[in-house]
Design a protein around this ligand. Structure first.
Ligand code: COA
Length: 251
């Protein structure tokens, strides 16, 4: 079965991460499928809202670390950058329903969503520095703007997991509900928006986004450091240590 599931009904394009045995870690092929779906949705008038969900009790464990080791993204036109560009420029509302782990891009993509609902078991994290990497998806710009500098520095420099309750307190998620209520709560919001006048919805999103700063510029700056760090000995050690289930050693 496909590792990215899409379905469309009542103006809502649902995109599901579906690699539960790997906590929905995203491979290059999965990013390509995500980017294709988002790019197609942009010009499909039948799509009014885009809805992200995980599977198997996880949202996503972020970028596949084996892929980072074996197939590191090189340029601006790789699937991961196409995906990041698509979510950061989407003209239609993005809604996420998050349960379980949301690591790395699993959390940074939420900063590009318009509404985010989390189950009470959701565990978010931004462990870039632990992997010898730097923030991506313009999170180094969007996160301090959203949660304040010191909280952003804590989340990005310590890289420790944080709970759905903390994410709600910080304004990263709109509401925390039980796992059983998650999909229905998030989908109810999607249905309400999909039924509203589409041009007014798109213009409202466009106006809301105008004060967000130079997202493309920040992503380019982050990307340059990210790609260089991916080739570093410290990143190789951090990722190898993960698969060898041992603590990394940075000499
Ligand atoms: N890339 C590749 N494989 C991953 C992965 C990732 N990002 N995240 C999890 N997996 C794999 C594990 O290697 C494991 O595979 P195995 O069953 O073949 O050993 C499987 O998914 C289940 O993960 P596991 O670690 O056993 O689950 P857990 O519930 O104990 O922990 C996480 C879940 C997400 C906290 C943990 O897997 C983790 O820290 N993953 C790395 C996340 C990460 O650093 N992402 C990149 C951010 S930039």
């Amino acid at each position: 079965m496909s590792e990215i599931l899409t379905s469309q009904a009542d103006g809502i394009l649902t995109i599901g991460f579906n690699r539960p045995d790997k906590k929905n870690a995203l491979t290059s092929a999965m990013y390509a499928a995500l980017a294709d779906a988002l790019e197609a949705a942009e010009s499909d008038e039948a799509v009014r809202v885009i809805f992200f969900t995980g599977s198997g009790g996880a949202f996503t464990a972020g970028n596949d670390l084996q892929d980072f080791l074996n197939n590191p993204p090189q340029g601006d036109d790789t699937p991961v950058f196409r995906f990041l560009r698509a979510i950061s420029t989407a003209s239609k509302p993005l809604i996420a329903a998050v349960s379980g782990v949301a690591v790395g891009v699993g959390t940074t993509m939420l900063l590009h969503c318009d509404l985010v609902y989390a189950a009470d078991d959701a565990k978010l994290s931004l462990p870039f520095v632990n992997l010898a990497l730097v923030p991506e998806a313009a999170s180094s710009l969007l996160l301090p703007a959203m949660v304040g500098y010191h909280r952003a520095a804590e989340l990005l420099l310590l890289g420790e997991p944080f709970t759905a309750a903390t994410a709600k307190e910080y304004g990263i998620v709109n509401a925390v509900v039980s796992g059983e209520q998650l999909l229905e709560t998030a989908m109810a919001a999607a249905r309400k928006i999909a039924a509203k006048p589409p041009t007014a919805v798109r213009l409202t999103k466009q106006l809301l986004r105008q004060s967000r700063g130079d997202i493309a510029g920040q992503m380019a700056a982050e990307g340059a450091h990210f790609r260089a760090q991916l080739k570093s000995a410290e990143a190789r050690e951090a990722m190898t240590a993960f698969f060898e289930k041992r603590p990394p050693k940075f000499s």
